[in-house]
Design a protein. Structure first.
Length: 268
């Protein structure tokens, strides 16, 4: 079986070599628009752009690089609509929020981002983090770091004690009480403030935790954690700024409220 490569990932060469043009000789090319597998094609790429798709194995007339993929199948990169680029869930990871500095998180984020890209995911939607994810996104866009194209919520809008209130479970006095500035909000005004703060921090999309979850110390993993009017305030405020809302939601009632409020996607 031919090894499947992802031609957008190969554009890493283009990032590293900046403006050098490359000719990719593809044994098989998957055309996802027409749902066809085409044979013996040449992809001409430069930087992070595909300039043309040509029949046969075309040789460049200049000093462009040739990449031999004649024994491989080449396809567009994948899109993952829900990742957390700063971290992975594993044994002992819960304690990381108390021990890692932003610089530590940044190094981990680039490691996870490179792994994601080389696995074939060239665009991701990062739904929640510390804000390092936005800095990483900006570094990628400026050509200073390697990783997929990132659209991020920066953090998330959560209720007090809900899924996304990361002070839950900590002893009293250890952490400052969270508020809308950190994404923890109650009431219509608080929810509006939290959305606007996320946008100020660089959000491309807004994430709200409409119900509890299984990876936090919330009281219940499936019960709703915002009322309908709060959710509407979140959605309408995001809409005013041209942003969509993704709702983390497990239980039926929380999903129903999120849909009625007008969120774009239900996560999980």
């Amino acid at each position: 079986m031919n090894k499947i490569l992802f031609f957008i990932s190969l554009l890493l060469f283009g990032v590293q070599l900046k403006s050098q043009k490359m000719y990719l000789h593809c044994g098989q090319l998957i055309d996802v628009v027409r749902s066809e597998v085409k044979k013996e094609k040449t992809l001409v790429v430069q930087g992070n752009k595909i300039l043309s798709v040509l029949d046969g194995y075309i040789q460049p007339t200049d000093q462009s690089r040739v990449v031999n993929l004649k024994n491989h199948t080449v396809m567009p990169g994948w899109i993952d609509m829900h990742v957390h680029i700063e971290s992975v869930i594993e044994k002992g990871s819960y304690i990381n929020r108390f021990t890692l500095n932003d610089a530590d998180v940044a190094y981990l984020a680039e490691t996870y981002g490179e792994n994601t890209l080389m696995a074939g995911f060239t665009t991701v939607r990062d739904l929640g983090g510390t804000g390092v994810n936005n800095s990483y996104k900006n570094a990628i866009n400026r050509g200073l770091a390697t990783g997929p194209r990132i659209f991020t919520s920066v953090g998330q809008v959560a209720s007090t004690g809900g899924h996304g209130d990361f002070t839950s479970g900590a002893r009293k006095g250890l952490l400052d009480p969270p508020g809308p500035e950190s994404g923890v909000a109650d009431g219509i005004d608080g929810c509006k403030k939290a959305v606007r703060q996320m946008i100020k921090n660089g959000a491309d999309v807004i994430k709200v935790t409409a119900t509890g979850g299984v990876t936090s110390l919330t009281r219940d993993g499936s019960k709703p954690q915002f009322d309908l009017e709060e959710l509407k305030a979140i959605v309408n405020t995001a809409k005013d700024y041209g942003l969509k809302v993704a709702a983390h939601a497990h239980g039926d009632e929380g999903i129903r409220r999120a849909i009625e409020a007008g969120v774009t996607t239900i996560e999980h």
